[in-house]
Design a binder for this molecule. Structure first.
Ligand SMILES: NC(=O)c1ccc[n+]([C@@H]2O[C@H](COP(=O)([O-])OP(=O)(O)OC[C@H]3O[C@@H](n4cnc5c(N)ncnc54)[C@H](OP(=O)(O)O)[C@@H]3O)[C@@H](O)[C@H]2O)c1
Length: 285
């Protein structure tokens, strides 16, 4: 797709990887609509987009409000006549032991990470189909393919996002509208894992937000259905998880992923003032 003057919508553009994705589109002179809750963060991203040569319009919106996404689409239409590229990037995670999650956690994470992208896409897709042109890019995660300890709701939302993408891709065949799932490994320079401050296990490989942003922009010109963004090959891990799941789980424990993620849980629980007696491994001992 020629991105010069194309309308690109990026959710989760107030901080983290969404900012770099917006900047990377701006280099191709795209016009951006940026969505997140923080208007201050969005304004900062708009400044960066303009410095990179693009044009950006911020819309503050909480994607938990799934029943109001129709209103959001109304606001988008006041700014952009149509959307050529939709990047479903907004997401949240919560490292917790499963029994410590609340009903609200389940609703919140699945709504923002999975249901809101589905609803936004459902509402923007008819116009793309009419124009026989459009690209939906979903930012999922390597974790959604293999599952990682103590972040079950997030991993589930990303696994769901991948299956939704793969299913809708079949329905969109020969419509002119494309859909891609971009699955990064751990992003080391910004974003949710970087912010927790527990080092990412070197044996898993990693990537930067720039790697992710470049992969996003690249797939608009050279179509790929699914892209993994990681410094090390991911297929051996994915296949091991599929074929020998117990061996995969043992490998993950050996690599220290269980331990590192437990540290993330403890940090989060301390921040939330939650008592820490529910460690499932301690309970099983
Ligand atoms: N970081 C990683 O290592 C990693 C790895 C694989 C995949 N990913 C995926 O990459 C994407 C970006 O991750 P990141 O690390 O850059 O995340 P981040 O730094 O935590 O930023 C998340 C973005 O989502 C927005 N957001 C969160 N809740 C929202 C809500 N209710 N309504 C609207 N916007 C909301 C945030 O803005 P506000 O708070 O202003 O609303 C922010 O702009 C996510 O989908 C994530 O799952 C990240």
């Amino acid at each position: 797709m020629d991105l010069n003057n194309a309308w690109v919508l990026v959710t989760g553009a107030s901080r983290g990887t969404g900012v770099t994705i917006a900047e990377e589109f701006a280099k191709s002179k795209a016009k951006l609509v940026l969505i997140a809750r923080s208007m201050d963060g969005l304004r900062e991203t708009c400044d960066r987009v303009e410095k990179a040569g693009g044009e950006a319009h911020p819309i503050a919106f909480d994607l938990h409000d799934i029943t109001r996404i129709q209103d959001l689409v109304g606001q988008i239409r006041q700014v952009a006549p149509h959307i050529d590229v939709l990047v479903n990037n907004a997401g949240l995670e919560k490292y917790y032991f499963y029994t410590n999650y609340s009903t609200e956690d389940i609703t919140s994470i699945l709504t923002v990470n999975l249901m809101a992208p589905m609803e936004l896409t459902r509402l923007l897709l008819p116009d793309m189909l009419k124009r026989k042109k459009g690209h939906i890019i979903n930012i999922s995660s390597l974790g959604g393919k293999i599952g990682e300890h103590y972040n079950t709701l997030y991993m589930t939302s990303k696994g769901g996002m991948d299956l939704w993408t793969a299913t809708l891709r079949k329905e969109l065949y020969q419509t002119g509208v494309k859909i891609t799932s971009i699955a990064p490994g751990g992003i080391t320079d910004t974003g949710m894992i970087h912010n927790i401050g527990v080092p990412y296990p070197a044996l898993l490989g990693s990537c930067t937000s720039r790697d992710v942003a470049r992969a996003v922009v690249k797939c608009t010109s050279r179509y790929r259905a699914r892209v993994y963004v990681n410094s090390l090959p991911v297929m051996p891990l994915i296949l091991l998880n599929e074929i020998f799941p117990m061996a995969f789980d043992a490998l993950f424990r050996w690599m220290g992923i269980s331990k590192g993620n437990k540290e993330k849980v403890y940090r989060r629980m301390r921040a939330d003032n939650v008592e820490m007696e529910e460690d499932p491994e301690t309970m099983a001992a």
